[in-house]
Structures are given as C-alpha cells and as structure tokens.
Design a protein around this ligand. Structure first.
Ligand SMILES: NC(=O)c1ccc[n+]([C@@H]2O[C@H](COP(=O)([O-])OP(=O)(O)OC[C@H]3O[C@@H](n4cnc5c(N)ncnc54)[C@H](OP(=O)(O)O)[C@@H]3O)[C@@H](O)[C@H]2O)c1
Length: 284
C-alpha cells in the first residue's frame, strides 16, 4: 500500500508499553465482539462509530455558498484504510439520507460496501474468511425520506431497510414501499433515536452495527447509552472557518458524554509528516 516500510508503521502509545504496530491490519485485529448474552438485559449488540476531527474540533465546514464538506486534508489514505477495516467487522452499516444525497450528487464517495478500492481485497477476504456474508446489511436513517437508494446495494445483495419515524411524509413511505424498499417506522420523531435504531436492527440479528452517520445520530446514540465504542482520528491540523460541524448536534449530554480511552496510536507519517492520532474510546 505504501512505498517505504516505515510508512506501514504507527506507534502504540496507549496502553503502554509504547511499541511499533503495523498500520494495515490494526483495526482488522480489533475485537469487536458484542457483549456475551445475559451481560445486559437487552440483545447483545456492539455499536461503534468512527470520526475524523481537526485539532480545533471540526468534522466539516460550510462554504460561503452554503455547501458543507469535509475540510481539505482532514482525511487521507491511512485514515481511509482504518475506516474500511472497521467496516469489515459489521453486520450492518448504518447510514442516512444526507449521505445518500451526497453520494448521488458526487460530493462524497461510496462507503456502502466492504473492501472498496484497489487495496481493499484483503479487507473483503478477511471478512469472508470468517464466514461472514460478503457484504453487510445497510440501514438508512431518514426523517424526510428524500432518498436516492443507490443501485450498488441491490447489485451486492445487501439487505436494506429505511428507518424513519411517525412524522415522516406518508406519501414517501408508500412510494418507497411500492419501489420495494422496506421502511420501518420507529418512534414519534422527527428524528430516529439511537435506542430505536439499535432495537430494530438487533431484532434482525445484527450484532455489530457500524454507525457511518453524522453528529445527529452520534449524539442520540450517546444520549441513549447505546454507543459502545468511538474510533476517532485526530488530525494534527487546525481548520478554522466561521461555520462548521462538530461531532455532536443537540442538547448538552452531561454524564452520557463520558468516554474512556482504550487505545491511542501515533501515525507520524500522515499529512506530510504532521501526523495524526488514532484514538479509541469506550463508553459505559
Ligand atoms: N469528519 C467526519 O468524521 C464526519 C463524519 C460524519 C459526517 N461528517 C460531515 O459532517 C457534516 C454533517 O454531517 P451529516 O450530514 O451526517 O449531518 P446529520 O445532521 O447528522 O445528518 C444529515 C441528514 O441525515 C438524515 N439523518 C441523520 N440522522 C438521522 C436520524 N437520527 N433520524 C432521521 N434522519 C437522520 C437527515 O436527513 P433526511 O431526514 O433528510 O434524510 C439529516 O438531515 C457533513 O458534511 C458530513 O459529510 C464528517
């Protein structure tokens, strides 16, 4: 993947002792097993999310023309590799209407299948070697139901469901149903809550849920106590900007916002040598 052997390395800073680790395989080697049955009153599910943030806390910036985009330089091939390694563990990728619209317009690339990209074959193989389906199911969160459902989901035989609420426009629920897309109405709305989404997907046998969602769902998953783990890439750059997104949207979280560091890796080679940190936090 990278030309020099040094470029394959990151340094594990936590837990100690510090040691070199290979970048490729770092997150394939993660244990993402759901808690054992009986450990909680609910179905055993592991819900994990991945974000990349700048040092000043930006995950996206809004241009003068109102378009929101990932800040330049925030993501890179090394972070992208780990994002895809996390996908390999998933029974279900959870995405949302905002992403599908960005995909359809070409402003974001495709992240709906495991093993994407020229160097993704080993990631896809890792999954099938473990007896998992070639591709995970996909759940789409949407309040508006303004959804261009991409053809790649059917082409890859991925089970798909749309999760919405009782506040969704009835005509769009019916139109999606007529088009053969399953729509599950969860709570009263307007937004699908983290707890409701996890309950629906756990009820379908999904035990490892990868939230490829944004600030709204992350906040809800934390507030509802259903997020298990947060993978966070911290880019060593400041982004600035007058209008921006951070990882969370909505009210103050209080105790529900507490997380515990479980791993920290320094990736010195990223971003022309400025580097980045790969952190993992556990909740609860
Ligand atoms: N740096 C990073 O790691 C990172 C990660 C995620 C996002 N981002 C960026 O941050 C910006 C904002 O993120 P975002 O677009 O994900 O914002 P968001 O406000 O969380 O979600 C965007 C849209 O998705 C649908 N949606 C999301 N959560 C939902 C829920 N719980 N229930 C029902 N519908 C829901 C809604 O659209 P509809 O109801 O109309 O379908 C919502 O307006 C974007 O530019 C994005 O690319 C960056």
């Amino acid at each position: 993947m990278f030309s020099s052997p040094m470029l394959h390395e990151v340094v594990q800073l936590f837990p100690p002792p510090a040691r070199k680790r290979r970048l490729e395989g770092l997150y394939l080697g993660e244990s993402l097993s759901p808690p054992a049955a009986g450990a909680s009153a609910d179905a055993p599910v592991l819900v994990y999310a991945n974000f990349v943030t700048s040092l000043d806390g930006r995950i996206a910036v809004t241009d003068a023309d109102g378009a929101t985009r990932l800040p330049e330089g925030l993501t890179n091939p090394r972070d992208w590799r780990l994002f895809r390694e996390l996908q390999a563990h998933a029974d279900c990728l959870v995405t949302h209407g905002g992403y599908l619209r960005a995909l359809a317009s070409g402003s974001l690339g495709n992240v709906l299948q495991v093993g994407l990209g020229a160097d993704g074959a080993d990631i896809a193989r890792w999954r099938t070697d473990r007896g998992m389906t070639a591709q995970p199911a996909v759940a789409i969160l949407s309040a508006s139901l303004d959804l261009p459902v991409p053809d790649s989901l059917a082409a890859n035989r991925q089970p798909v469901c749309v999760l919405t609420t009782a506040a969704a426009p009835r005509d769009r629920v019916e139109a999606l149903g007529k088009a053969g897309v399953e729509v599950v109405v969860t709570g009263p709305g307007p937004w699908v809550r983290g707890r409701d989404a996890v309950d629906v997907l756990a009820g379908r046998g999904c035990r490892r849920l990868y939230l490829q969602t944004g600030p709204r769902m992350l906040a809800s998953a934390l507030r509802d106590g259903v997020l298990s783990r947060l993978y966070l890439t911290i880019s060593h750059r400041m982004v600035g900007g007058e209008h921006f997104d951070t990882m969370l949207r909505g009210g103050v979280l209080g105790e529900a916002g507490k997380v515990r560091l479980s791993a920290l890796y320094l990736d010195e080679a990223a971003d022309g040598g400025c580097g980045q940190l790969f952190a993992c936090f556990e909740t609860g």
